[in-house]
Design a protein around this ligand. Structure first.
Ligand code: COA
Ligand code: MG
Length: 273
């Protein structure tokens, strides 16, 4: 997506859940991912797909961008979803991507790859080079299971993987979304993990519960301090005496053209929020 598209809050909505799907239309978040994978049991897969199709046919959504996380089903999901791809459904989220091969043979729509295996992390370069790839999402639960590690409060056990995912996403100009926080009643824990993800460079966070949207958006939105700095940076570069300059002084600090680009990005995101 454009560097100005806010992707702070990306909510998984389980297609297997009738109640969750009934809420989908009214959920206000930056993006929804309708899920056909881990949240649908083997016996529920086909009915989840049918419910998803019915929902896409009948309702509009408050969320501006809709994705679908696909799974290998008996019915080829991408065939069933074809009528919606490119308009109602912006793109496909591909789970457990471990190599570029996992992204082959998919429809020509934007793809977000979930990095949730050790192999996915070590193969990030070829995955990022795959045609159609638009972003990366960390899947911390599968990743921990694959690494045989338990969750620690500060995510030290997956810190390397998190940083690698951000690094590769930036190297290839991709969106990059942090993983879910399971404890959906723990607001302070969520806030801390969002702050950690923002500090590492993620654009936003995937969510499992609507109650997580507000906190996540608050953390991942440009802060007042960032916005006021951004306005000052733009103003100082716009001043006639600084026309054509590549660096200027602002309140005793050097600011350069890359700071101006950052400032414009924050203001652009803010405008879309
Ligand atoms: N999307 C839409 N609606 C959701 C939702 C979601 N992700 N999570 C919960 N809701 C709805 C519930 O259906 C419930 O609806 P109701 O008011 O009509 O009863 C309401 O929000 C309150 O939910 P609550 O009772 O607090 O939680 P729950 O026990 O029903 O659900 C989970 C908890 C974890 C099972 C549920 O949030 C969920 O399935 N999340 C998504 C899981 C997922 O997609 N995982 C795969 C990616 S990691
Ligand atoms: Mg998973």
């Amino acid at each position: 997506m454009s560097v100005h598209t806010p992707l702070r809050s990306v909510l998984f909505v389980p297609a297997a859940s009738e109640k969750a799907m009934a809420k989908a239309a009214s959920l206000v978040c930056d993006a929804i991912i309708f899920d056909l994978e881990d949240s649908a049991g083997a016996e529920e897969k086909e009915s989840a797909l049918a419910r998803l199709v019915a929902t896409l046919e009948t309702s509009g959504f408050a969320a501006p961008v809709i994705w679908v996380r696909i799974d290998a089903l008996a019915v080829p999901v991408t065939e069933v979803l074809k009528p919606f791809l490119g308009h109602r459904v912006h793109g496909l989220v591909v789970p457990k991507v471990s190599s570029a091969r996992d992204l082959k043979g998919l429809p020509d729509v934007p793809l977000w790859a979930m990095i949730e295996t050790a192999r996915g992390v070590v193969n990030l370069k070829e995955i990022c080079e795959a045609p159609g790839l638009a972003g990366l999402i960390v899947g911390p639960n599968d990743l921990r299971a694959d690494l045989r590690v338990a969750a620690t409060g500060g995510r030290a056990e997956i810190a390397t993987a998190l940083s690698q995912v951000v690094l590769y996403a930036r190297a290839y100009g991709l969106d990059v979304i942090d993983g879910v926080y399971n404890n959906f009643r723990d607001e302070d824990g969520l806030r801390a993990e969002c702050a950690h993800g923002k500090a590492l460079g993620f654009d936003g966070k995937t969510l499992i519960h609507p109650a997580q949207i507000a906190i996540t958006e608050a953390v991942f939105s440009p802060s007042n301090a960032q916005l006021s700095w951004a306005r000052d940076v733009v103003a100082v570069f716009d001043a006639p005496e600084n026309a054509g300059k590549s660096l200027v002084a602002l309140d005793g600090e050097m600011v350069e053209l890359m700071h101006l680009a950052t400032a414009r990005r924050w203001l652009g995101i803010q405008e879309k929020i």
